[in-house]
Design a protein. Structure first.
Length: 302
């Protein structure tokens, strides 16, 4: 049975509900940069707190689902892959918050999300998990040009080359840990167990960051509320919504729907935080967004 046949077999109401779940998850992810901007703390410490809380939440869900023990019992190779994925998720999260702190919510989020598919394509090629299509090459060229425009045209608006580099590192970490997760899930492992192990492990890896850094902000009411929101809502609930949406939504459509994340982040950055970008920088953002759309649109059937 093809994807289209599976989709047609699902009631329209369920498909709409799955799409709504994915859009809501992406919208939640898009709020992380703005919420972090209201916390006066080390961005790496904020990322560590988010992963620790969100990882504990997802790990508890995985334990309840019963798929964690079979996953860990698969052998040393699986445990090493989980450790690698956890480390990559930690890199993605900490680099993202550091990029947002340096170069703004709108720019940091769009560069991270826009570069992720580019790095994913490179990894697929290197690991022989797929081929590089002309559409991928076109989107890559657009993403590179968009990053260049942001770097050259956004200096006056607070866009820093170091912030762009951190956002690219975050996009690379995202693509790499997603590749690990995809490999484990597509071979038959429970998705909740995989996500629980990855995010739970990344939270443990970043625990020393909280121990050595100034964590006084966590003892304040705004800091504790923000940490709980970032951990439980954007990470825990967000990924649960995304997983539930994938049950009734084709992957191609789901990938397109997640474009709500950079859209929400850009709107919040420009409207709520009052971020201002010049014409060249705005052109770079638009080019990055267009490249992402080109990459995620489903291919036309012959």
């Amino acid at each position: 049975m093809t994807i289209s046949e599976v989709s047609s077999a699902v009631p329209v109401r369920q498909r709409r509900g799955g799409s709504a779940d994915i859009v809501l998850a992406a919208a939640l992810w898009g709020t992380t940069g703005t919420v972090r901007s209201f916390i006066h703390a080390d961005p790496i410490a904020v990322g560590a707190a988010r992963l620790l809380i969100g990882g504990a939440f997802l790990f508890a869900v995985a334990l309840r689902g019963g798929g964690l023990r079979p996953l860990l019992a698969r052998g040393t190779r699986t445990r090493l892959l989980l450790l690698l994925g956890a480390a990559l998720a930690a890199v993605y999260q900490t680099a993202f918050f550091s990029a947002v702190a340096r170069t703004g919510v709108a720019t940091g989020t769009v560069v991270t999300i826009g570069s992720g598919p580019v790095f994913a394509g490179l990894l697929s090629r290197l690991l022989r998990m797929g081929t590089l299509t002309p559409r991928w090459l076109l989107s890559t060229a657009g993403a590179v040009a968009g990053c260049a425009a942001l770097t050259l045209g956004g200096q006056a608006a607070g866009v820093e080359p170091v912030g762009i580099a951190l956002a690219l590192l975050s996009g690379c970490g995202y693509a790499a840990y997603a590749t690990v997760a995809s490999f484990l899930i597509t071979r038959g492992d429970d998705s909740r167990a995989v996500l629980g192990a990855l995010f739970g492990g990344s939270g443990v890896l970043l625990l020393p960051v909280l121990l050595v850094s100034d964590s006084g902000w966590l003892l304040t009411r705004p800091g504790a509320a923000a940490a709980l929101y970032l951990g439980v809502i954007t990470t825990g609930v967000g990924y649960l919504l995304y997983g539930r949406g994938l049950r009734t939504t084709p992957v191609a459509a789901a990938t397109t729907l997640t474009l709500a994340e950079p859209a929400v982040a850009a709107v919040l950055g420009l409207v709520v935080l009052g971020e201002h970008l010049g014409a060249i920088a705005l052109t770079g953002l638009a080019l990055l967004a267009a490249s992402l759309v080109i990459l995620t649109l489903p291919a036309r059937s012959r």
